[in-house]
Design a protein around this ligand. Structure first.
Ligand code: FAD
Length: 372
């Protein structure tokens, strides 16, 4: 992408808010990415990685430092192991372009992650997930340049501490993902269908493995109906996806909540639809793996928001931000929002849920120069 002047985060992010990025550097190969990052680290300047900007919320003042935008584009088969192929994908590849390529090539395993905006380098950061699938389930390793050691090395998947919308990289292991290595199935079949709404849509039982292309089409249709496929011309999609993560609380805390509050037991049960009402399931992503104490439970952030009296489409007076008309968990820019508008609405939702239920919702996107 070329910009006539310093780009604004309003142009770089799917929320469409945020001030200038005065030193913005797109980097088109892994060696250049490593060299750029090392140079920036040696200079001692502040730095920030911007992939597709779909999980990033930057203040209206912008970011005073170097913004590094990985745009490397390789997809390489590095090994073939009978029924599986090992594929290394550069950080700059668009995630959904990878899924489309995989399905077209007959590689199964990531088709349920169709339609998630952003680039491959960000996929391990919050362990992207949707429709019963997550990045961790196909990850072999993450090629990572560590700020601590300044060395590039492969972090094996077992060392990435993947959990529900989290990883070691989100929790303090600072650096930059240069590529990821995935194990995908050959033969064109999907991973087992692991989400009730998706199996209903496809008309197949949970656990079925079917043509990966059918799963991709069904997931894209479901996501579009919820405004979860980014479309520059559709304000319902101008957000960060789910704005809040589903809170994990102790079983003791659950006992203090009103009867009928839906929850997932930890570790997550196989068939969540027996625990969460279907209308709630329709509005939340279902996590697949959470490393938490067995005495904890996960609540539905969407249910808490709705039952705190905040419905779809809700907006504060004079604000350009609103809860999505299609999805309670998404905050959207209706066209004129500022970062301050988004944070004000998020803070309002957080306060309402906290005063109603005593649960403090935490944001899913990375906030830069902003706090909740
Ligand atoms: C409409 C919509 C639907 C969405 N649906 C889902 C969903 O179903 N499931 C889901 O999990 N997410 C979803 N998201 C959130 C988002 O798409 C994902 O988190 C995605 O992985 C972000 O990728 P990105 O390239 O845009 O990252 P950015 O927003 O650019 O960055 C996010 C974070 O990752 C860091 N980062 C980015 N690239 C790198 C790198 N190479 N190395 C180190 N750090 C890096 C950034 O510094 C930042 O902290 C949705 C977002 C939108 C707008």
């Amino acid at each position: 992408m070329t910009f006539a002047s310093a780009p604004r985060f309003a142009d770089l992010t799917t929320m469409g808010v945020g001030g200038p990025s005065d030193d913005y550097r797109e980097v088109h190969s892994t060696p250049d990415l490593i060299a750029t990052v090392q140079e920036v680290w040696a200079s001692g300047e502040q730095w920030l990685v911007c992939g597709g900007g779909s999980n990033l919320l930057v203040s209206d003042e912008g970011f005073d430092g170097v913004v590094i935008a990985p745009r490397s584009q390789g997809i390489r088969v590095v090994d073939e192991l009978g029924p599986q192929v090992i594929v290394q994908v550069d950080a700059g590849v668009e995630w959904d372009a990878l899924v489309e390529h995989a399905v077209a090539t007959g590689w199964g395993g990531i088709e349920a992650l169709s339609g998630i905006p952003g680039r491959v380098g960000a996929a391990p950061i919050q362990n992207i997930g949707a429709y019963g699938s997550e990045f961790a389930s196909v990850a072999v390793g993450v090629e990572f340049l560590d700020e601590g050691s300044e060395k590039a090395a492969t972090v094996a998947a077992v060392e990435c501490a993947f959990g529900y919308r989290t990883s070691a990289f989100k929790e303090g292991r600072v650096g930059i993902v240069t590529s990821v290595t995935l194990a995908l199935d050959v033969g064109g079949y999907s991973a087992p269908i692991a989400y009730a709404q998706l199996s209903d849509k496809l008309g197949v039982p949970l656990g079925s493995r079917i043509e990966a292309g059918r799963v991709r089409e069904a997931v894209l249709a479901l996501r579009r109906s919820k405004g979860m496929v980014f479309d520059p011309s559709d304000p319902d999609t101008h957000g960060c996806g789910s704005f809040f993560v589903n809170p994990v609380v102790s079983a003791d805390m659950l006992a203090l909540l009103p009867s009928g509050t839906p929850y997932w037991r930890q570790p997550v049960e196989e068939n969540q639809s027996t625990v969460i009402p279907l209308d709630a399931l329709a509005t939340v992503d279902v996590p697949q793996r959470v490393e938490t104490a067995p005495s904890s439970v996960k609540l539905s952030a969407a249910w808490l928001i709705e039952h705190a009296g905040i419905g779809r489409g809700f907006s504060l007076p004079g604000s350009g931000a609103a809860v999505s008309p299609k999805h309670t968990l998404a905050i959207t820019n209706r066209g004129s929002a500022t970062a301050a508008d988004v944070v004000e609405l998020a803070g309002y939702i957080q306060t309402r849920v906290a005063s109603e239920f005593g649960v403090v919702l935490q944001p899913e996107p990375r906030l830069v120069g902003l706090s909740l």
